[in-house]
Design a protein around this ligand. Structure first.
Ligand SMILES: [Mn+2]
Length: 230
């Protein structure tokens, strides 16, 4: 099976007064062209789908265009929310979308969202982890000792009881660091602070049970810790 991993589309973004709609439409068409050319089976969208919690009309129209063109081609979509997205707005219509194989997780509710994707003889369990903060997870897993984002993600994955004999893929939107090194920032992330505190950093080794980890949040493409964590 062939998966395409994208993230941080930031639909609706403008640079000062300069509207990026035309550029973003062009980008989405390029992605759709690649999906066609490469016979992609599923697209993973790793958060920050929209640039703002209240997306513009142009932004919602662009996402609608992208998703409906993927659905037309019978391509599956797996999408999580990022720190820029509003849970409710991105979740809008998600029950209906599932009938078109568009799977969205925008809020951790105590259970890690999972879907099994089958393509011919290939099978993979796709897990969706929306952007989480430690305090949100503590609420659902009161018995776990959660002080950092790393504790939170480990507690979520522990509870999810992942079957290592399967092909496991995770889609997530967090600040993940390598063996000791931070990821390389692109400068356009707007992470909220000048420097990311240790509380927000997650060690790549908490994803050891996954064969591939499709991350968003950091805008420059790279591997983190090992080549399957990207
Ligand atoms: Mn982003």
């Amino acid at each position: 099976m062939k998966l395409m991993h994208v993230g941080d589309l930031h639909l609706g973004k403008s640079l000062g007064d300069f509207d990026l709609t035309e550029d973003q439409e062009y980008l989405l068409d390029q992605l759709l062209g690649l999906v066609e050319k490469q016979s992609v089976d599923a697209v993973l969208i790793a958060g920050d789908v929209y640039d703002k919690a209240v997306p513009s009309e142009a932004a919602t129209r662009m996402l609608d265009y992208f998703l409906s063109n993927l659905a037309k081609r019978n391509v599956y979509v797996y999408m999580v929310s990022g720190n820029h997205d509003s849970d409710e707005r991105l979740n809008y219509g998600s029950d209906l979308f599932e009938t078109n194989h568009i799977f969205i997780s925008t809020k951790y509710d105590g259970n890690l969202y999972k879907q099994t994707l089958k393509v011919g003889k290939d099978e993979a369990d796709i897990y969706l982890l929306p952007f989480v903060k430690a305090s949100q997870v503590r609420h659902f897993l009161p018995d776990a000792k959660i002080e950092s984002y790393d504790d939170a993600v480990r507690a979520i994955l522990d509870k999810a009881d992942i079957d290592e004999s399967k092909n496991n893929v995770l889609v997530a939107h967090q600040f993940v660091m390598g063996k000791s090194e931070d990821p390389e920032l692109s400068g356009s992330e707007s992470l909220g602070t000048q420097s990311v505190g240790t509380v927000e950093k997650i060690g790549y080794d908490c994803f050891d049970k996954f064969d591939y980890v499709a991350l968003g949040h950091i805008h420059s493409p790279q591997q983190v810790g090992r080549k399957e964590v990207r």
